[in-house]
Design a protein around this ligand. Structure first.
Ligand code: FAD
Length: 420
């Protein structure tokens, strides 16, 4: 039964070991899964998704090389060509098979390691990453270095085959549940701020790493402060060449903009990663509360609808570029700015429609509470992954070719730049 459905997946050409993958999927997912996908029964599929052991499935697929099939076998893949891998991943996407490990390992760390690391480092870091055995977080931002990330003050000093790290990071999403981290640290303070930075893979379980959770305004534990005191990193975990960490960090940030722009393939807009409720749910809520009866309510929702459609079409174009093998570029910033603004506006529409319940809701009204929680979460959309102001600077400088933002300390050694 399922066999025939798998084989019938439209638009998916053959690729090496397809039969092996299909056999594995039959063993990993319940029989009803295939029916729910074939019938487009999203509610049933959501129920099945909630019941399965997601990490175990990701791990099984990752260990068999199907999470990143275009990676070399010794790097956790199957050594397929890019187009063969696209077919394999297309099959997994078509059947909505969970294949992405939690955390920022696969979308952000993996492309950076692929581009910048030596083979030995790839062999150590990539296989547990693609299997989700080691989840990753990002140690870039510091209390004194957010938008101006190149000012970072965390240091890494070489000691034989190891590096000794001291400093503090902040805003570390999922730092409390990650085994590994992308760390950028200053290795040469006598160079100008963009130079003399090196990029490492840090073991979050190493002695001297202290994670202190922070609770956001929606009451969720999402990010953390991370303190590092004399933490030792073996040189084999160095991801970039010494002093070239800024360029490697740009690979990570380009991938992050791409991910946060909504350009990753998603079946339904409710699967977007920025938080907030999708347009269809907001419109449905408007119908229930009677907000659509007013011209102002309808007018507002039409603007939200147009934004939703435009972003969806722009994402399709970005996916087509990615499918053609073109790398994510600064153009991703345009989508990220627009996505953040549209998502925040949509949640504001929802709060308006909720009326008085948005200010004071009954304790047991979990529905209202969840609208508020989503609304609050989306306030971060224009900050996380680089603020909208910084994204506009990137668009101005790198897409439109406008003059660079003035920097009076350009070229001055980091050690000599005044800091507050
Ligand atoms: C939910 C969330 C999750 C995050 N997760 C992570 C994570 O996992 N890892 C990580 O390393 N970081 C993470 N961050 C941090 C994020 O990247 C920073 O918050 C962001 O880069 C802004 O830095 P900052 O908070 O220090 O603000 P600042 O840089 O102090 O900026 C303050 C204000 O000044 C504006 N501003 C600053 N410089 C300029 C300029 N040159 N031109 C115009 N305006 C400017 C900014 O736009 C902003 O409005 C996360 C942030 C959030 C909100």
């Amino acid at each position: 039964m399922g066999d025939a459905r798998l084989a019938a997946a439209r638009g998916i050409d053959d690729f090496p070991s397809r039969a092996e993958l299909e056999m594995q999927l039959m063993g990993l997912l319940p029989e009803e899964w295939w029916d729910a996908v074939a019938e487009g029964d999203d509610d049933r599929l959501d129920g099945l998704k909630a019941a399965i052991d997601n990490p175990a499935i990701v791990r099984a697929l990752g260990e068999a090389g199907w999470v990143a099939p275009h990676y070399a076998i010794e790097h956790g893949g199957r050594g397929l060509s890019v187009s063969q891998a696209q077919q394999a991943l297309g099959l997994l996407d078509w059947f909505e098979v969970p294949r992405v490990p939690r955390g920022s390992g696969l979308p952000l760390a993996a492309p950076t390691i692929q581009q910048w690391s030596i083979d030995e480092t790839k062999q150590r870091l990539l296989p547990p990453l693609v299997a989700g055995v080691e989840r990753w977080c990002q140690l870039f931002s510091e209390p004194g270095a957010g938008s101006d990330m190149a000012s970072l003050a965390t240091t890494a000093v070489r000691d034989g085959d190891e590096w000794v790290v001291n400093g503090q990071k902040v805003w570390t999403t999922f730092g409390h549940e990650s085994e590994m981290a992308m760390l950028i640290a200053r290795t040469d303070p006598d160079q100008p701020k963009h130079k003399g930075i090196t990029y490492f893979g840090l073991d979050m379980r190493a002695p001297g790493v202290e994670v202190r959770p922070l609770v956001n305004m929606a009451g969720q534990l999402e990010f953390n402060e991370v303190f590092m005191t004399d933490v030792r990193i073996p040189d084999v975990l160095r991801i970039s060449p010494v002093g070239d960490g800024w360029s490697a960090a740009m690979t990570t940030l380009g991938a992050e903009r791409h991910a946060l722009s909504g350009a990753r393939k998603k079946r339904r807009s409710s699967d977007e990663i920025l938080g907030g409720k999708p347009y269809a749910e907001v419109a449905a809520m408007g119908a229930v509360t009677g907000s659509l009866g007013s011209a102002i309510g309808r007018d507002r929702l039409v603007v939200d609808y147009v934004s939703d459609r435009l972003l969806s079409l722009t994402s399709q174009r970005a996916r087509a570029r990615a499918a053609a093998g073109q790398p994510a570029g600064p153009e991703g910033s345009v989508s990220k700015i627009a996505k953040a603004a549209a998502n925040q506006r949509l949640q504001e529409s929802a709060i308006g429609m909720l009326g008085a319940a948005a200010i004071a809701w009954d304790v047991g009204d979990t529905e209202a509470a969840s609208w508020i929680e989503q609304f609050l979460r989306t306030r971060a959309n224009s900050i996380e992954g680089g603020t909208s102001e910084i994204q506009r600077n990137i668009v101005g400088e790198r897409v439109l070719g406008l003059p660079r933002e003035p920097d009076p300390f350009r070229g001055v050694p980091w050690r000599s730049v005044p800091r507050s």
